[in-house]
Design a protein around this ligand. Sequence first.
Ligand code: URA
Length: 308
Amino acid sequence: MTGSDAARRLARAKMLGERFVLRLPVEERAVTMDEPFDLNDSSKPAEFDEAAWTTVRDEALGCTKCDLCRTRTQVVWGSGTPRTGIMVVGEAPGYHEDQQGEAFVGRAGQLLTKILAAIGFGRDEVFITNVLKCRPPDNADPLPHQVESCEPYLKRQIAIIDPAVILTLGRHAARTLLGVDSTMGAMRGRVFRYEEVPLVATYHPAALLRNPKLKRPTWEDVQLAREIYDEEMERRGKKIYPNVDFFSASVYTTLGIAMDLFTPIFAMSRVTGWTAHLFEQYANNRLIRPKAEYTGPRGLKVEPLENR
Ligand code: URA
């Protein structure tokens, strides 16, 4: 076990609210000159902790910590797979989610599915959840005491999944995770960190349904999230390319070209970048990709919270 493994175990245990961490035998904890103690080395992917996941989920499914337990039909824990590098976090379940027990299945959810597809993810390749796991009556804004009761579940989901990037949807999710009181316009288009995990905030799909002008900035934000995902997954040495078939690659490239026609100045670079990226995904889906070397950040703008 390396020093970084130990540090990660400790950080995760802390976040899961565990009071005791098992001490390993001395020889397993020993750090030799051949194996320097490097806190920044996260090249070994942590194993997904199925038992911890099930424990936290079962706890949430029976939660009675706030008033929403009396009005909910069911707890909406989340949808997709926890064995993923990307987590999408919305505000709270709505009517359809409350009925079906799945996150983002209404109109906003259908749009979210399309947005994710446009950056190469199927719904079953990501984990989608909300700050609140129960529906507020009449879809009211989450109240502070409800957020306070529910946020620990989200924190533990994040700790167990250990995503490469978190994408928040809407003001409430971003404000909750970043602990700030900013506007969506001020929070989007940047990279923050939540418990060391890169976080990109963008508009809620429901806002896009009301105001299509928000589609362009949302599009930029999700592309940024995708870029960070690729970079971080490459750094972790994991396979980064989801299944993109030839047809989808062509459709998304055409859509990208159509969107870029509205901004002629950037059109050429964006169009070529898009095409190359999507066809690279298509090609890599067919090849066994060698474990990539981490080449360092490619000039991403990562801003610590205190610089806001
Ligand atoms: N809006 C959200 O924020 N979450 C859902 O799950 C559905 C709609």
